[in-house]
Design a protein around this ligand. Structure first.
Ligand code: GCO
Ligand code: MG
Length: 408
């Protein structure tokens, strides 16, 4: 069974998505997600100009060989654009193989290790009353673990908090804006560090000790600031504290780790197992945050999880709305199969997105359950998609109050 055709599909049902569709000589169709928020067209070009032409006529079953061919064979290896493109090919080939076998994809990854993948949702508010409403809304929807983000007094917009108040429980903060240049936000680390512990104290007082709570510092702290934050949050028993430092400096986590027992999660901007080498070998983190979409697909992420499992480090797959339903479906198939599953991020796509991508996974009792259809269990509707063409959008740029560019 040979790969006969590859189509790169770009659509924007409220936000941009890049999808690869591979079609075999037997007419079997596979889908892969290649969405890289704010840089979508670079991956679309990498796929259309440099990858799809190499796939035509290749054995559709040779997943590992194709992965190595695209990774080692490119000479210029790693990086988010390359690894998102490889991810899309890899995921589409797994989708095809599972369809040919007539099995849901997780069966090819070893079968079920659990009934469902526990997820966490995103509660946010500019202040405590708004945050509490958002937490309650999530609990009513059935969430059993919740990420907590709030505004910082004196700051207009802060990462993870919708800039306009939203009614209803759905968390639909999408940081990428459809503007010609990125919007700019501002930041003060000292104000943040003073504020966050009081937020968690209030949430614990209101919602009790049992609810798993998470928090994302979004790469903004130095190692010593991160250590202080981890320590100050210890009384509130976090499930994890995410991306405390810009972790391309893996050794920085040694200092953080020496000072706090708050569990740490890192990796949404990582692309390969090499990005985790020190973090995993020295047991500097507790959860691996990568997405199938950004780490070379199921093949690439499985490699990272297997390495992590030898150190009791668990999965925490990145699942914001910029991972398409195709990428999320792949995550759920992988998460249900691996032994070292931790938790899955689940923000919920808009109804319009789910009209373009018809996902077969379901949200039951606070967890995601994969589709039982052969393959990934996601269909792409070209007719709906063509009414929603690409629109340029950027993630924000962050500045300190004196104007210095800071990590966003
Ligand atoms: C998360 C993330 C996202 C990112 C987004 C960037 O934890 O889900 O931090 O919200 O900001 O994926 O495109
Ligand atoms: Mg994050």
């Amino acid at each position: 069974m040979l790969i006969e055709r590859g189509e790169v599909l770009v659509c924007s049902p409220g936000r941009n998505f890049v999808t690869l569709r591979l079609v075999t000589s037997d007419g079997v169709v596979g889908l892969g997600d290649a969405t890289l928020n704010g840089r979508e067209l670079s991956v679309a070009s990498y796929l259309a100009d440099h990858v799809v032409p190499l796939l035509i006529g290749r054995d559709a079953h040779a997943i590992e060989d194709t992965w190595q061919y695209l990774y080692r064979g490119a000479y210029w290896r790693r990086g988010p654009v390359t690894m998102a493109a490889i991810a899309a090919v890899d995921t589409a080939l797994w989708d095809i193989k599972a369809k040919v076998c007539g099995l849901p994809l997780y069966q090819l990854l070893g079968g079920r290790s659990r009934r469902s993948c526990l997820v966490y949702g995103h509660a946010s508010g500019r202040d405590l009353p708004e945050l509490f409403d958002s937490v309650r809304g999530h609990l009513e929807l059935g969430y059993r673990a919740i990420r907590i983000q709030t505004g910082i007094p004196g700051f207009e917009s802060v990462y993870g908090v919708a800039s306009v108040a939203k009614s209803g429980p759905r968390y639909d903060y999408e940081p990428a804006r459809r503007t010609a240049v990125p919007v700019e936000e501002s930041w003060d680390t000292r104000a943040y560090l003073r504020h966050v512990p009081s937020v968690f104290e209030a949430v614990r007082n209101e919602f009790g000790p049992a609810l798993p709570l998470l928090h994302d510092a979004h790469h903004r702290l130095t190692p010593i600031q991160a250590a202080r934050l981890g320590k100050s949050l210890e009384p509130y028993d976090l499930f994890w504290l995410e991306d405390v430092t810009p972790a391309e400096n893996q050794e920085a986590l040694r200092l953080v780790r020496q000072h706090t027992t708050t569990p740490l999660a890192i990796g949404e901007v990582f692309n390969t197992v090499w990005d985790y080498q020190t973090l995993i070998r020295e047991q500097l983190i507790d959860y691996v945050r990568s997405a199938v979409t950004h780490t070379g697909g199921i093949t690439g992420l499985r490699r990272i999880f297997d390495f992590a499992s030898t150190y009791q480090i668990k999965s925490g797959i990145h699942g914001p709305t910029d991972i398409s339903p195709v990428g999320l479906a792949a995550a759920v198939h992988l998460g249900i199969a691996i032994h070292n599953f931790g938790i899955q991020e689940y923000m919920r796509h808009s109804a319009l997105t789910e009209e373009v991508f018809r996902p077969g996974y379901s949200f039951v009792d606070g967890g995601l359950v994969p589709s039982e259809e052969p393959g990934l269990g996601v269909d792409y509707d070209d007719d709906v998609a063509k009414n929603h063409p690409y629109e340029a959008a950027y993630l924000p740029v962050n500045r300190l109050t004196d104007g210095t560019v800071h990590d966003w």
